[in-house]
Design a protein around this ligand. Sequence first.
Ligand code: GLU
Ligand code: ZN
Length: 287
Amino acid sequence: MTNQYIGRFAPSPTGPLHAGSLVSALGSWADAKRHGGKWLIRIEDIDPQRETPEAATRIITSLEAHHLFADENITYQHDNSHHYDKALNELRAQNKLYACTCTRKSLRALHQSNYPGTCRNLRHTEEDRSLRVLIDAADISFKDITHGDVTENVSQSVGDFIVRRRGPFYAYQLAVVVDDARQNITHVVRGSDLLDNTARQIVLQRLLHYPQPEYLHLPLAIGNDGRKLSKQTGAQPLDDNDAVSNLRAAWRLLGQIDPPEYISSCKQFLAHCKDSWDRELIPKVSA
Ligand code: GLU
Ligand code: ZN
């Protein structure tokens, strides 16, 4: 099987599914289905400090209530440590990894948006330290399906970034890149809050010789206060008993054509989504 579309929805279990996360779930599902692809669910549970044990189960139950089912077994990042370690070994073998002892406070005092490379040549021991990846100064360019050409100079915007935090905890940037490659993800469809993480992920893909998936960043649901809907801004959990209305709201936010009024089940609704999803209609700005 070559070039089959494989997409995914990759929630962090920091809280129940809300209107914002449903937009990413539905958008990634519809884009995969419209292209005859598979849609996977990956629970990104690598941050025990932010996660609650029941959240993953609640997210999955809620997705099912909206008739959104994965085409393969759901995977959990907490099972994948050895894969992340392997990638770290690979970076270490290329001399692209170093330990950093800087504190948040010491970095804040520099008033710089990027990490200035303070620990680059200090050869700290790794134990109980965060690990950064050594990056070069090149611009990274990619084409986002909705946003078009994007160029970012990661060394200026963020600098050598963290791939494993003290703890140790694997960083999102590392885990997402390793798993997207392992699962042969061809299309990453997710909220546009992650658009500015993409260049960092491409840096890692290149260092690790992974293929680069296509990217499509979706509009974000904005709350009444003008901020992105998220658990942090107090987004309410979705009412699973009102699943069709939730899907309708998410579909509208994706700029898509309303399904006929008579549709009353999630299953019918999703059949409409699969047939009528149109990338051209996706708004570039948040609604
Ligand atoms: N786990 C990330 C989040 O919930 C999303 C990862 C991704 O789609 O790349 O924000
Ligand atoms: Zn440092």
